[in-house]
Each structure stands twice: as structure tokens, then as C-alpha cells.
Write a protein that binds this ligand. Structure first.
Ligand SMILES: Nc1ncnc2c1ncn2[C@@H]1O[C@H](COP(=O)(O)OP(=O)(O)OP(=O)(O)O)[C@@H](O)[C@H]1O
Length: 225
């Protein structure tokens, strides 16, 4: 019996995203295979973050479709799959942590939305903090974290939902060289360990050379090269 190849992790077909009258993504069609590590590059304002947001279900297409592992996720004017049903973890530019929460509270908030009971959440929070080297930081308020700690908490939050796809929007942005190396190593070993597909946006050519199995380049007009 011949088995058909697995569906792509991400498939965008003729994707157009507008903000008001401006067309931010302009007819994007692409496929990303499971466990691929794709680098997304292009000039500032090209629409890289918007493409990640569309894949994660944080932006709605005006035209076209997005399929995730063969399942229709977005179509014109509609998120067929809600953001928390997509299996996409998002590490935002600058971490984007909630300033009124503790480290454990940040993760607890995400896990509660998944409907986990208290003891399961507690176990998972400890496990996640271990994974990102923040064990013992439970009670710290997020504004007291250093840039690197904040990025690692952002990563733990992205991993909390056990995603199959990790969207990384300039994940090393504010860090100094040794911390960039450390976080990059950590991202790569997590991706291997959990069989993740990653889409990584960066402006840094050294970082780009380290992460990519393939590079996708966007033009200033929000299209692919
Ligand atoms: N909600 C919005 N309303 C209006 N314009 C928007 C909105 N979101 C994004 N844009 C515009 O769309 C364009 C693409 O933005 P986006 O953040 O996706 O680009 P980017 O390639 O990630 O840029 P950078 O590398 O600077 O982070 C920019 O010109 C931006 O100002």
C-alpha cells in the first residue's frame, strides 16, 4: 500500500491581508514542510510580522487561504480555526509579556485557557520553567526580568500549548552576543526535541546563517521574491 506524503505544516494560497485600504500581504503562496526551519527575511515594513500573525490567526485574510497540516485554518474574512486551536506558538518581538503578572501567572493564564486543572497546571509550569532555564522564578513579576529572561519566558509561553509550529518574530532582538548564542542553541534543541516546524524572522545575517534550512524573502510590497 502506498502512503501519501504528509500535508505541509503551513500552506498559504494567494494570501492577501489588508489593513484599511493598504495591502500589507500581496498574493502570498508558500508551503512549509513539517520540521522545516524557515527563515523569513525582507526589508523593514515588508510584512514579515503580518505573515506570522496571519499564520497564527492574529490577522484575518481578505483573500486566499491558510492550511495548517492539511486543515483549513483561515479563509477570506474568517478564522476557521481560532488562534488557540492552531498549534502555533508565537514568540513576539520584544517578548510582549503581560506587565501585571508573575512568571508563573503568565504561564498559568495560558494553561487555564486550555482547560487544565490546577495540579496539572502546576506540574506543567514547573516543567516549562525548567525547559527555558527559569526554574525558581515563579513569583517574579515580569517587569523585573532582564531582556534575556523575558525572552525565555516568552518562549515558555509559546511552548505552553504544545505547538507543532513556532513563529519566532526577531526572538533574539534585545540580547547581547553570548545570550543570543545561548537562546539560539536553546531554540534549536527544543525544535529538534519536539519535532517543531519553525518560522524565524530576523534582520541579523549571522543568526540567519545559523537557523535556516531555507530562506523565504519578502519584498517591500509584501510579496515573495
Ligand atoms: N494594523 C495595521 N494597520 C495599518 N498598517 C499596518 C498594520 N499592521 C501592519 N501595518 C503596516 O504593514 C506593513 C508591514 O508591517 P510588518 O510589521 O508586518 O512588517 P515587518 O516586515 O515585520 O517589519 P519589521 O522588519 O520592521 O518588523 C508596515 O508598513 C506596517 O506599518
Amino acid at each position: 500500500m502506498s502512503s501519501s506524503p504528509p500535508p505541509p505544516a503551513v500552506e498559504c494560497k494567494g494570501l492577501i491581508v489588508r489593513a484599511g485600504k493598504a495591502e500589507i500581504l500581496s498574493d502570498i503562496s508558500l508551503r512549509i514542510e513539517p520540521e522545516e526551519h524557515v527563515l523569513l527575511v525582507g526589508p523593514s515594513g515588508a510584512g514579515k510580522s503580518t505573515l506570522l500573525r496571519a499564520i497564527a490567526g492574529l490577522a484575518v485574510p481578505s483573500k486566499g487561504e491558510i492550511h495548517l497540516f492539511g486543515e483549513l485554518a483561515s479563509r477570506p474574512g474568517e478564522l476557521v480555526l481560532a488562534p488557540d486551536k492552531r498549534g502555533v506558538g508565537f514568540l513576539f518581538q520584544g517578548g510582549a509579556l503581560w506587565p501585571h503578572m508573575s512568571v508563573a501567572g503568565t504561564l498559568d493564564f495560558v494553561l487555564k485557557r486550555k482547560g487544565q486543572d490546577r495540579s496539572a497546571r502546576k506540574r506543567r509550569i514547573a516543567e516549562l520553567l525548567e525547559i527555558v532555564d527559569l526554574a525558581g522564578y515563579d513569583k517574579r513579576r515580569t517587569p523585573t526580568l532582564s531582556g534575556g529572561e523575558a525572552q525565555r519566558l516568552g518562549l515558555a509561553r509559546a511552548l505552553a500549548t504544545e505547538p507543532k509550529i513556532l513563529a519566532l518574530d526577531e526572538p533574539l532582538g534585545p540580547l547581547d552576543a553570548p545570550r543570543r548564542e545561548a537562546l539560539l542553541d536553546q531554540l534549536q534543541s527544543l525544535a529538534r526535541r519536539f519535532g517543531l516546524t519553525t518560522i524565524h524572522v530576523t534582520h541579523d545575517p549571522d543568526e540567519a546563517a545559523r537557523v535556516a534550512t531555507r530562506t523565504i524573502t519578502m519584498t517591500e510590497e509584501g510579496a515573495l521574491v
